[in-house]
Design a protein around this ligand. Structure first.
Ligand code: 5AD
Ligand code: FES
Length: 330
């Protein structure tokens, strides 16, 4: 699809039904009916940055900051194993306390004591640090570029540099990670043209994974009064991303489930093939609030596992076999 076709497909005036049906068909052909479950460990909510949309930004004094110990992270990984998840995502704010060597040693411990695939989502680092983490055994890395619109990016991420973000994505690839990126849909000032560019960029970057969620205004941030993104637009983005990128892994995101009780189910029906059930300790979940109303904060890991299995059964889908590695490398 070219840019004009993407812009048209994103327009609320276009009936999304044929688009969703096509994306669902391509999803089935390219990645099958299996849904990969990645257990999400939110291991620190400390962050040095002040992104305008994000609830755990450094300037938000209301946040009760926490940091799991290596032993607690290992416990989460063991929980993932007991729930028969094949991979975990270790996510945190850009927490300077965790130097990459320490993080690498936690990764190494998980890799030597379990068969889990590990995804890191820990922000921008040097090329050397990415290589250290990859050598420790981390398989994948998620770093959303958030928006392809350079001006919007600088406005939303005052401490970050647009070009540096993409340099990091290139370094991650060079270090041998399976690389995921993504964006928020419905950011203030974001146009259909820029969302079309996001999708074309997913393709150009030849990503292994693409995560998309609606923007949800957090009252404790500078964008607190902005309108939320719409689920419809986010779903169109998922469908178009499936159509354009073919065999990437695309999650039905928590933000979609937050905007609508059937949000994740809808995403699984228009292109998504991954779920990321939370396995963080329940006592800290409310403190990892990037946006308000986040689902699963009162649940325990076992409850989310039961919930997602029921969700899959309701959709006539099942857990995928295997680790869910990139399909680009086979
Ligand atoms: N609304 C929706 N998504 C958000 N994220 C951060 N803050 C928000 C928000 N207010 C997303 C970003 C980030 C991911 C971990 O969560 O895209 O990369
Ligand atoms: Fe956590 Fe549904 S996935 S309660």
């Amino acid at each position: 699809m070219n840019k004009k076709e993407l812009v048209d497909a994103l327009s609320p005036d276009t009936d999304p039904a044929p688009l969703f049906a096509l994306a669902d068909k391509i999803r089935r052909e390219q990645v099958g009916d299996g849904v990969h479950l990645r257990g999400l460990i939110e291991f620190s909510n400390h962050c040095r940055r002040r992104c305008y949309y994000c609830g755990i930004r450094a300037a938000n004094a209301k946040v009760r900051r926490y940091r799991l110990t290596p032993e607690q992270i290992l416990d989460c990984a063991r929980t993932a194993v007991s729930l028969n998840y094949k991979s975990v995502v270790m996510q945190s704010g850009e927490d300077l306390h965790w130097n990459p060597k320490e993080l690498a040693s936690v990764v190494e411990k998980i890799k030597t004591t379990t068969s889990l695939a590990i995804t890191l989502s820990v922000g921008e680092h040097s090329k050397e640090d990415y290589t250290t983490l990859r050598s420790a055994g981390a398989d994948r890395f998620l770093l959303r570029f958030e928006t392809s619109d350079r001006r919007l990016f600088s406005m939303l991420k005052p401490d970050s540099n647009y070009d540096q973000r993409f340099r990091c994505l290139a370094w991650l690839k060079e270090a041998g990670f399976q690389v995921g990126s993504g964006v928020m849909a419905g950011l203030p000032g974001q146009t259909a043209a820029s969302m079309a560019d996001d999708i074309l960029l997913f393709k150009e970057l030849d990503l292994d994974m693409v995560g998309i969620g609606p923007f949800i205004a957090n009252p404790d941030t500078p964008l607190g009064a902005a309108p939320n993104g719409s689920l419809d637009t986010a779903l169109r983005m998922v469908a178009l991303t499936r159509i354009v990128t073919r065999n990437t892994h695309i999650p039905a995101t928590t933000a979609m489930g937050t905007l609508h009780p059937q949000g994740r189910q809808k995403a699984l029906k228009c292109g998504a093939n991954v779920l990321m059930p939370n396995i963080s300790p329940t006592e800290h979940r409310t403190d990892y609030s990037l946006y308000p109303g986040k689902i699963c904060v009162n649940e325990a890991p076992e409850q989310c596992a039961g919930c997602v299995d029921a969700m899959l059964a309701g959709l006539g889908r099942q857990r995928a076999e295997g680790f869910g590695h990139s399909l680009k490398q086979v």
